[in-house]
Write a protein that binds this ligand. Sequence first.
Ligand SMILES: *[C@@H]1O[C@H](CO)[C@@H](O)[C@H](O)[C@H]1NC(C)=O
Ligand SMILES: *[C@@H]1O[C@H](CO)[C@@H](O)[C@H](O)[C@H]1NC(C)=O
Ligand SMILES: *[C@@H]1O[C@H](CO)[C@@H](O)[C@H](O)[C@H]1NC(C)=O
Ligand SMILES: *[C@@H]1O[C@H](CO)[C@@H](O)[C@H](O)[C@H]1NC(C)=O
Length: 333
Amino acid sequence: MDIFVSFVVFILSLLSVESTIHMKSIKMKPTGWDSQSENKFAEGKHKNKIECPNGTVPILRTKKKHVIQSQEYSINNFTVLTAKYPGTHIAGMKIVEKHNYRGVEAGLRTYNLIIDKNQSTSAQAYVATASNDDANSIQVGWMINEQLFGDKRPWSYGSWLGKHGTGCFNVQCPGFVQVAKNDPISEPLKLDYLLWLTIHQDKETKNWWLTQTNPGDVSKIHLGYWPKELFNLLGDGADFVGFGGIVTGDPRTPSPPMGNGRLPNKDDRLWSGYLDHLTIIQPNYTHAGFNDLMTMPLVDSSVCYDVNYVGYVDEHVGIAVSYGGPGGIKCGD
Ligand SMILES: *[C@@H]1O[C@H](CO)[C@@H](O)[C@H](O)[C@H]1NC(C)=O
Ligand SMILES: *[C@@H]1O[C@H](CO)[C@@H](O)[C@H](O)[C@H]1NC(C)=O
Ligand SMILES: *[C@@H]1O[C@H](CO)[C@@H](O)[C@H](O)[C@H]1NC(C)=O
Ligand SMILES: *[C@@H]1O[C@H](CO)[C@@H](O)[C@H](O)[C@H]1NC(C)=O
């Protein structure tokens, strides 16, 4: 076991959050959410895991070495909004038709990709607002990133960018309020695993929740939330939502693969990496699909990576988008 799950007294995390953002009380559940199916999922998924004592939550602690290294991995060097740093490439889509989006849902399948120690490859869904020089975003998904996680497996992750340039990955600094007792925001994932996540703004509190759907029985568990106080541009929804893949690496070395490593250039949806169960949450909090015309592709190096709207497949898949590519030496800066 190279993961250390330490049981940290709930009150400690509460205090540390409280001291930075002055929260009045911790929310255990998004407002108005049916809690029927949550427990079933929690029990099923964690039959063989240690239960945290009541009143405590799991905090996933990586080895000290990794913590130090991951601090060098600045949140500012990882943005979903543009591929502005050399060596960063993006192939995704955003939906900008309306403002005040309340969230996004995506099924993100993990793939076995071999990449270098100093590189990362990831798939994510996000909500964001950007104005002039300022941007806020919340993104969730999976990532292979040895510097950040200390091994070569895909890990689930969540990161945020908030007011005054604050932000971070997972729970490396106060921000995300972990609520689920047994499901940390960041943990290693199996290959070919469907990581099915929803970011959604609570109608009453305006906090941004992260909810995971179990692909087996479609039950849901609320992992936790990012309090609204972290943000200056996400108070009343997000200007756009998006999803896709991002890679990072040293621009002097070949770019890493994205998705499953193949370009989405065949009619077969399963040929390349894909995202499914794609749903937007509208300004009035209802969930909805979207068509090709509502999407704006974000691709900075189409020789190496691309994205393709597939559309509605069936009730088991929902709306899908294929994405990714092999990377290599011709991707540009
Ligand atoms: C923890 O809380 C649950 C539900 O409130 C209860 O059923 C269980 O007995 C408690 N466990 C302990 C060890 O107190
Ligand atoms: C990381 O971000 C900083 C600014 O936040 C920038 O100066 C630096 O060049 C970036 N590093 C890489 C590798 O892109
Ligand atoms: C990885 O990055 C570190 C610091 O950014 C650098 O010192 C090292 O040479 C890099 N290693 C490789 C294999 O590129
Ligand atoms: C929510 O907004 C959508 C799009 O504007 C509209 O089609 C739908 O009827 C609205 N739903 C409710 C319950 O108001």
